[in-house]
Design a binder for this molecule. Structure first.
Ligand code: PMP
Length: 280
């Protein structure tokens, strides 16, 4: 079960995969990424992740990157590593060039990937639910593009950990609840699952999409609309969605108890349905 890297066509140990210091991803955050998980040796929603990667590349006006090359690299890496529950990280930077803000001519996107075993969330966290805090969303206006510029997310996550909670939820200055530091957020109010609509202010999460689909399949009413912190604090249930997070119950936010501070039935149903789909 080796951890492995892919670097522009080559497969090698992660610690041997090095990028030049003038990579624009390193100097400008001029790079996009994806994170894909597998369950029992099968990649989960690979094509949807490749679609989103393509969208991020186009959003930053990168030159075209062959989808076939990417798919083949992902599948070969996955095959070579033989990790059943794998996390594949893909990063594509605009290229390597002497530092200059303007797009350089004649450079090629640099493609790197790593594959590692996914560290599962502690079972107590899934069973008892997690606590979170809200933080002001100070990110840029294109959070729908999956770029490596994650400093606000890094600082918010660290603030959550320093406060002794699991994660931080970004909230606009007007109080609109956006998403977690590496997940989308849903609440349940009057039995309806509510999540932020797809706008440039949030990442179009693949798990969010799957959860909406599962709601429809399970006849759970679902609505993509804005909601504010008062609705969050007063919700019956709240949960995060993400590739690694899956469906994770949040039972306390900013010290407010959500519902009765227990993991709710809708969250449990959706988590189980998601796991079901991963083996289907
Ligand atoms: N929002 C942000 C900011 C994220 O980093 C992630 C994780 N990639 C998500 C949402 C969830 O997206 P997905 O379900 O595709 O993992």
């Amino acid at each position: 079960m080796p951890e492995l890297a892919y670097l522009n066509g080559e497969f090698l140990p992660i610690d041997k995969a090095l990028v030049p210091i003038e990579d624009r991803g390193y100097q400008f955050g001029d790079a996009v990424y994806e994170f894909i998980a597998s369950y029992n040796g099968r990649l989960f929603y690979l094509e949807e992740h490749l679609d989103r990667l393509d969208r991020s590349l186009k959003g930053l006006s990168f030159p075209p990157v062959s989808r076939e090359t990417l798919r083949k690299a992902v599948l070969t890496l996955f095959e070579k590593a033989e990790i059943q529950r794998a996390g594949i990280y893909i990063q594509i930077s605009r290229g390597v060039s002497p530092r200059n803000h303007a797009f350089p001519d004649g450079v090629h996107p640099q493609i790197v990937m790593t594959i590692r075993e996914i560290e599962e969330k502690p079972p107590e966290l899934r069973k008892n639910g997690a606590a979170a805090i809200t933080v002001e969303d100070i990110r840029w206006g294109r959070c729908d593009l999956k770029t490596v510029q994650l400093l606000p997310n890094v600082l918010a996550k660290q603030k959550a950990l320093a406060a002794g909670v699991f994660d931080a939820i970004f909230v606009s200055p007007e109080g609109v609840v956006r998403e977690g530091t590496s997940s989308n957020i849903c609440i349940v109010a009057d039995g309806v699952v509510i999540t932020h609509p797809l706008t440039p202010q949030i990442l179009p999460g693949i798990t969010r999409m799957v959860v909406i689909d599962l709601c429809r399949e399970l006849n759970i009413p679902v609505s993509e609309r804005f909601f504010k912190t008062d609705a969050l604090y007063g919700s019956e249930e709240a949960f995060l969605t993400g590739t690694v997070t899956e469906v994770l119950p949040i039972v306390t936010i900013d010290g407010h108890r959500i519902g009765d501070s227990q993991v709710g039935p809708v969250t449990t149903r959706l988590f189980e349905a998601l796991r079901q789909r991963s083996v289907a």
